[in-house]
Design a protein around this ligand. Structure first.
Ligand code: DHB
Ligand code: FE
Length: 300
């Protein structure tokens, strides 16, 4: 059986990709960012996932604004890095897992999530920067990648609640796939940032840190947060963070936060990275024996 064993949250700032591609990782400004990912790179190299499902957003690159699917699953065998104006990033072609992706599409659509199936898609910084941050600069990406594009660019994006529920459905889909595959799911984008308008440059570290705390311990609270609150507190583009809730919905209620990194800024954005590993539900308290009868334990 395939199994989702962990989730990764990470920002996707395009300038991080440019810094990496142009050999600037040792500059003081960028070293602060990249050094925070050293531990995450070690973690994923040790975990060696067979497949990563990467929940990301397209920035009017593959879909333009003519067609904007709310949720679009990449079912192709490969996805070419897009040219976003400076030529395609010099990163490997992203190899898909079309059999698992087709299975997920079937399972979640029958579970009443109306996914768009994408058989051809170029992928922009929203997907390639998280891969670079977690895997560095290999000749080939070390695992298969299933991209799941979420609309957070054109109003209205899906709610955090819907994103979380989609994550739950994806987990069911993965767990009904017969092959033994180790799967890690990424939620990407964010954290707080606003790139245009009067509040351009807005960063809200207090909001971001509370988001990370709740993502681990109280994600249901985050599912109630409205778009307007993301935008007011975390900037217009801060709404990208709903994508992290797809990742969280695909994990156990009980997770262990094995790593967290947060720094401000990279370009216009607060950079966050979190790793959550699935843990079994905490054991119910030992039943107290009352007059020879076992009293039901209170639920943890
Ligand atoms: C920046 C951040 C983004 O998420 C993005 O898509 C584009 C630019 C920035 O910080 O400059
Ligand atoms: Fe973005």
């Amino acid at each position: 059986m395939a199994k989702i064993i962990a989730g990764v949250g990470t920002s996707h700032v395009p300038a991080i990709g440019a810094a990496l591609d142009n050999g600037k990782t040792e500059e003081t400004y960028w070293k602060r960012v990249f050094s925070g990912y050293e531990e995450s790179k070690r973690w994923i190299a040790e975990i060696k996932p067979d497949v990563c499902i990467v929940v990301f957003n397209d920035h009017a690159t593959a879909f333009s604004v003519d067609v904007v699917p709310t949720f679009a699953l990449g079912c192709a065998d490969e996805f070419i890095p897009a040219d976003e104006g400076w030529g395609p990033r010099p990163v490997p072609v992203v190899k898909g897992h079309s059999a698992l992706a087709a299975h997920i599409a079937q399972s979640v659509i029958l579970d009443e999530f109306d996914l768009t199936v994408v058989n051809k898609m170029e992928v922009d910084h929203g997907l390639t920067v998280p891969l670079s941050l977690m895997f560095g600069q290999p000749e080939e990406w070390p695992c298969k990648i299933i991209p799941l594009a979420v609309n957070v660019v054109l109003f209205p994006p899906p709610t955090g609640h819907r994103c979380f529920a989609l994550g739950e459905s994806i987990r069911k889909a993965v767990e009904s796939y017969p092959e033994d595959l180790k799967v890690v799911i990424f939620g990407t984008g964010g954290m707080s940032h606003q790139i245009s308008g009067q509040r351009a440059g807005l960063i809200n570290s207090k909001f971001d840190k509370a988001f990370l705390d709740n993502l681990t311990a109280n994600p249901k609270k985050l599912t109630q947060m409205k778009h307007v609150e993301y935008m007011r507190e975390a900037g217009a583009e801060g709404v990208e963070m709903v994508m992290w809730l797809v990742m969280r919905g695909a994990l156990n209620t009980n997770v262990e936060e094995v790593y967290r990194f947060y720094t401000v800024p990279a370009s216009n954005t607060a950079v966050g990275n979190i790793i959550l590993e699935n843990r079994p539900a905490p054991r119910a308290k030992k039943a107290a024996v009352v007059r020879g009868k076992a009293k039901p334990a209170t639920r943890a």
